[in-house]
Write a protein that binds this ligand. Structure first.
Ligand SMILES: Nc1ncnc2c1ncn2[C@@H]1O[C@H](COP(=O)(O)OP(=O)(O)OP(=O)(O)O)[C@@H](O)[C@H]1O
Length: 240
């Protein structure tokens, strides 16, 4: 069963069409990576899915329900949560308070504080620390924890490893692997590291200038095809 179905989605910034008729679907418990060069439309697509950017046309269906006209907070209540690029935490509050507040605004479900801390072990030693003093990797773990506290059936992760040290990225992806194994949460991720995106996801969608240039099972797509779609190159150029 598909957790999320997106049909012919179009989104604009003024006169510029950033997302041009994008369609895809993700099954419950699967991971989809959205890749593409700078300006390909990934962030606009995510902001449109989460409801902070309005669509021009097309449809977004969460478990068969059309959510495309709902405001962002109602989408969260229906089970669609986003970890935005650049983490926005309440910096004067502790990690625990940040997580608890998120829990009050989402759906009710099995993701309570203890379960979130078990899934993201990096949170345990910092629960009582003020969020403003955390490292980048710690802040990112809190941002993911906050999204989980909303009990999402679909979690959107936009460049979660941006600006983190290699060790922090490794730790973060170990936690995400754990989450993936549980099959409880469908994930759609934007990840700049193409190899990591391929390894971590079940399916891959490559955007080029707002359109789907390539999509398929991550383990069935060749590096050449992905690179070609990513940069809009012809195969002959790559092989030259
Ligand atoms: N607020 C905005 N106002 C006008 N144009 C915008 C705005 N945000 C993005 N764009 C344009 O929309 C297109 C898609 O941008 P978007 O940020 O969605 O791409 P992206 O794939 O996420 O890129 P990046 O990897 O650099 O974040 C680009 O041409 C960009 O210049």
């Amino acid at each position: 069963m598909s957790a999320l179905v997106v049909g012919q989605l179009v989104a604009k910034h003024g006169l510029l069409t950033a997302v041009r008729g994008v369609s895809f679907s993700v099954k419950q418990g699967e991971v989809l990576s959205v890749v593409g060069a700078n300006g390909a439309g990934k962030t606009t697509l995510f902001r449109t899915l989460s409801g902070v950017h309005s669509i021009d046309s097309g449809g977004i269906f969460l478990h068969d329900e059309d959510i495309s006209q709902l405001p962002a907070h109602q989408r969260v209540r229906k089970g669609l949560a986003m970890v935005p690029e650049g983490r926005r935490l309440f910096v004067d509050m502790t990690v625990r308070e940040n997580l608890q507040i998120a829990g009050e605004h989402g759906r009710s479900g099995s993701w309570v504080l203890d379960k979130v801390v078990a899934a993201l072990p990096a949170l345990e030693p910092i629960l009582n620390k003020v969020s403003g003093g955390l490292s980048g990797g710690q802040r990112q773990a809190v941002a993911i924890g906050r999204a989980l506290m909303c009990n999402p059936s679909v979690l959107l992760l936009d460049e979660v490893s941006l600006g983190l040290s290699p060790i922090a990225v490794e730790g973060l992806y170990q936690s995400l692997e754990q989450l993936k194994k549980s099959k409880e949460t469908t994930m759609i991720i934007v990840e700049q590291d193409l190899n990591r995106a391929i390894r971590f996801s079940d399916h891959l969608l490559c955007l080029l200038e707002g359109k789907v240039a390539l999509s398929g099972r991550s383990d069935e797509l060749s590096h050449v095809d992905i690179t070609k779609a990513y940069f809009g190159l012809e195969a002959e150029v790559l092989n030259a």
